[in-house]
Structures are given as C-alpha cells and as structure tokens.
Design a protein around this ligand. Structure first.
Ligand SMILES: Cc1cc2nc3c(=O)[nH]c(=O)nc-3n(C[C@H](O)[C@H](O)[C@H](O)COP(=O)(O)O)c2cc1C
Length: 461
C-alpha cells in the first residue's frame, strides 16, 4: 500500500458551467438540475459510494444573459449543503463563499452550523470574487482592487477562525444536578479590530468534531497564491499540463513552508474533466463528440467577456487583432485575462482566432481507456503535480464510467482508499484538527489537564 493516497473531489455544475453551454441537452440531466435538490443528492450519494473526499459547490453573485446555464439559476451553496449533510454520512461538503461580499460573523456562523449538522464535514473555498459586477449587488460602486480584496480576504478568514475558537471543548457541561449549562471560563470574545473588520464576538455556535471547517482557497495571482499559502489547507486550481501542475504545486508548497507551515497539510487539487471509453481511440471520440456538442461561437464570444469584467467583445471587428483591453480586467479575473491576452499576442491572433483557440475541441490529459486514465492520474500524482483531483461530474454516463472502471484500478494499486478513514473531512484528507487557541494558551500556562480528560466544574455559588 502506498502511504500517500489520491484525494478526490466531485464538482457539479448541473446544466453546464463555463464552456459547457449545451451540457443540459444530455437526456440524463434534468433541465432543472442546477436547482433540483434531488439531483444534487443523487450526485452526492454517487460520489460517496465511490469514496470521494468531498463534493464542491462553486458559486458567484453576478450574472448576465451570457453566463453559463448553471450560473443563471442555481441554489445557494450553504442551503444546498445543509440538505446534503443529512443525506450523506462521510462526504466532505465544500462551498465557495466570497470574502468580498460577506461578513465574517454571518459566514462563520453559517459554516459552524453546517459543521454541527454534518458532524464535522464542512469546507470553505475562500475566494475574493472575479465578477466585478457583484459590487453592484452589494451597495458598492466598484469591486475592490487586488491588494485590497486579498488583504480583506486574509483578515476575513482570520476573524472567522478566531470566532470558531469562541467555545473551548467542555464549554457546555449541561449538568442538570448542578444546574450548570455553560462554563463561562471556556467562552471567549474575540475583540478584533483590524483594517477591514471590527468584530467583538463571541460566536454563538460551538466547535465541531473537526474543530473548524477545512479552508480551501482558489485564486492564481501572486496575491491569491500568498493567501492560499497563508491559510489554505486545500488549494483548488487548474493544471493544463503535468509541467504546469508541477510548477504550481512546488510554488504553493514552498510558499506555505516559507510561512512556517507543513506543506503536507496543504492539499493541491486541480479541477479536471475525464473522458473514458473502451479504448483510447474510443475515448478520444467521446471527448470530441462532447466538446463539439458544446460549440457555439457567439456564446463563446459573449462568455469571453467574463474574465474582463463582462466586457462586450461583440463590439469589435472579429478579424482585427485581439483588442487592447487588459486594463478592464484590473478588478475582474485578472490572472485568467492575462493568460488570454498572452495567448493572443504570442500567436498574433485576431479576436475570432482567439475565441476559436479557447473553445475549439482539443485533446485533454485524462482521456482514454480506464487503464490509460488510471495510469495518467497515477503519474501526475506520483510526479507531484497534485495531491488530488477535483473531478467535473459533467455527463452522468462519463461519471459512471469513471467511478466504475477507473477508480477500481487506482484502488487496486493502493492509491485510493477502500473505506473512509474518518467521519470528518479533516480526518479523510489527513489534515490535523486545529487546537482551540484558548485551550492551547491554558495548557501553555500549565492550567489545562491533558487533552481528552473530563473538565470538572466547581459548583456555582
Ligand atoms: C480553480 C478555481 C476555482 C474558482 N472558483 C470560484 C468560484 O466558485 N466563485 C468565484 O467567485 N470565484 C472563483 N474563483 C476565482 C477567485 O474568486 C479569484 O478572485 C479569481 O480567480 C481572480 O483572482 P486571481 O487572479 O487571483 O485568480 C476560482 C478560481 C480558481 C483558480
């Protein structure tokens, strides 16, 4: 048995996320999949039966008619995950929530509640939002600039973590004989006063079996990587090739080490699509067919605007060089916009050619027979391009083939679990429980008995 095992997340974007405008035509996908709780429950149960670590629900707060079908009409993630918490037992439940348009107390409370509802299986994908238009939905004239939004993001997470330590273990003796519900010595206010937030606390929800939700992070810029290295216990990212994955992996792990963290406690999980067929050639055919079904030049042209703060590219001559508009992405998805502009300038592409390049069917790394896909997944994992995969569920028939045909091969090789190790997400990911800071301080002062002992309370006067 290999000691290091592949982590697996399942990403579901019901009727179709970015670049998958016609996924909803698949007869196996209900037309209302993205707002149909039963459909999500079914996907979560399939992922749990296949021993996935987690299901990941992406989110955003701004749409236009050019947004992908799933984005146009979808369930709010925490509400959805509460339903999945009571219909699954082991699966981690991870939601994207933005630090730019939330408030630390409310968000910490919602996540702490999901922690208790699920028995310690919650995760938070910390993002700062690339959709600049979200500002207009939250009483702001414009989105924060990068430095501000990432500094706010860091402070936000630190405040939430402080709030999650409001109660120590043993804070609620609930002793009927002594009429003692609370041990007030184990309840702590936060009294945070920072650049972006003032939060007194304490939070009115106690800790869960995993102590605190697992913190994931997604944002590829310099500032985003620094935030991930500082607070991310899981990193969601993209990897176009094994080499790109290795470079990102090495970078994140060394940034985390430089911050005094154990790099093994930062799990890197890029999102990937998988295409499985009876043979390699058969899989490539399925891949091409599914990619061709998503082709729509006008939709792709419209959606090109998203990284550029929903800039309208339909106004330009399609056959002129790619327009000089990088500046409009300054408060959007800048890293993604930079990559698109670089592709266009490096290759002297027109706008039309750029859209074609970005959306044209092309071979992806994880397509082939079950054996081929398993081999490639093993290679990327062993050659340290990643610690795990966020698998896009996409088309149900393909997800079935992946779980039925590919995963058993990896399991046979000792690269995947056969049973869940733990009932918590931390336990399954191998990420330690962060000890309550007040308990630690008490222990450092020599006043705390060894962990796990019963706290005896003095009777109340
Ligand atoms: C893999 C990945 C997943 C992301 N998921 C979301 C998401 O669900 N919602 C969202 O608003 N932003 C998401 N983001 C974007 C972040 O919000 C971030 O602000 C955006 O990528 C721009 O910042 P960057 O230049 O640091 O990447 C994601 C980014 C990555 C790399």
């Amino acid at each position: 048995m290999s000691s290091r095992q592949i982590k697996l997340g399942a990403v579901t974007m019901g009727v179709g996320g970015p670049g998958h405008h016609y996924q909803w035509l698949d007869p196996e996908i209900p037309g209302d999949a993205s707002v149909n709780v039963n459909w999500y429950i079914e996907q979560a149960r399939l992922a749990e039966a296949a021993k996935f670590d987690l299901i990941f629900i992406v989110d955003s707060q701004f749409i236009t008619p050019d947004s992908p079908p799933h984005y146009l009409n979808r369930l709010e993630p925490m509400t959805l995950l509460a339903a999945l918490a009571v219909t699954t037992r082991h699966l981690g439940l991870v939601a994207t929530m933005t630090t730019s348009y939330n408030n630390p107390f409310n968000l910490a409370r919602r996540l702490a509640s999901l922690e208790l509802i699920s028995g310690g299986r919650a995760g938070w994908n910390v993002v700062t939002s690339g959709d600049a238009g979200a500002a207009g939905n939250f009483s702001r004239d414009e989105h924060y600039d990068y430095d501000t939004r990432y500094a706010r993001g860091l402070e936000f997470v630190q405040v939430a973590q402080g709030l999650w330590d409001s109660y120590e273990e043993g804070a609620f003796p609930r002793d009927r004989q002594r009429r003692t519900f609370l041990d007030p010595a184990r309840l702590h206010a936060l009294h945070h006063k920072g650049t972006h937030f003032s939060v007194v606390g304490p939070l009115n929800v106690s800790r869960s079996p995993q102590g605190q939700p697992v913190i994931f992070q997604a944002g590829d810029s310099e500032q985003g990587r620094d935030l991930g290295a500082a607070i991310g216990e899981g990193i969601f990212t993209h990897a176009a090739s094994i080499e790109a994955g290795q470079a990102f992996y090495a970078d994140i792990k060394s940034r985390a080490a430089a911050k005094g963290r154990d790099p093994d406690h930062v799990v890197v999980m890029p999102g990937v699509s998988v295409f499985v067929g009876d043979t390699d050639a058969g899989a490539r055919e399925i891949e091409r067919e599914l990619q061709l079904a998503d082709q729509d030049f006008d939709r792709a042209l419209g959606e090109l605007g998203r990284p550029f703060a929903w800039h309208d590219f339909r106004q330009y001559d399609l056959d002129a060089p790619f327009p000089d508009v990088l500046h409009v992405a300054e408060r959007g998805f800048r890293t993604q916009a930079e990559k698109i502009v670089q592709l266009a300038t490096d290759n002297n592409l027109t706008l039309r050619e750029t859209v074609h390049r970005l959306s044209a069917p092309r071979p992806t790394p994880f397509a082939g027979s079950p054996e081929t896909v398993a081999n490639e997944m093993q290679r990327w994992f062993e050659e340290r391009a990643l610690d795990g995969y966020n698998i896009h569920i996409g088309h149900p028939a393909q997800f079935r083939r992946f779980t039925h045909d590919v995963l058993p091969i990896l399991r046979e090789r000792g690269l995947l679990r056969t049973e869940y190790e733990s009932g918590t997400l931390r336990g399954n990911l191998g990420i330690p429980v962060p000890e309550n800071r007040h308990t630690l301080a008490r222990r450092a002062a020599g006043a705390e008995p060894a962990r796990g002992s019963v706290h005896e309370l003095m009777p109340m006067a």
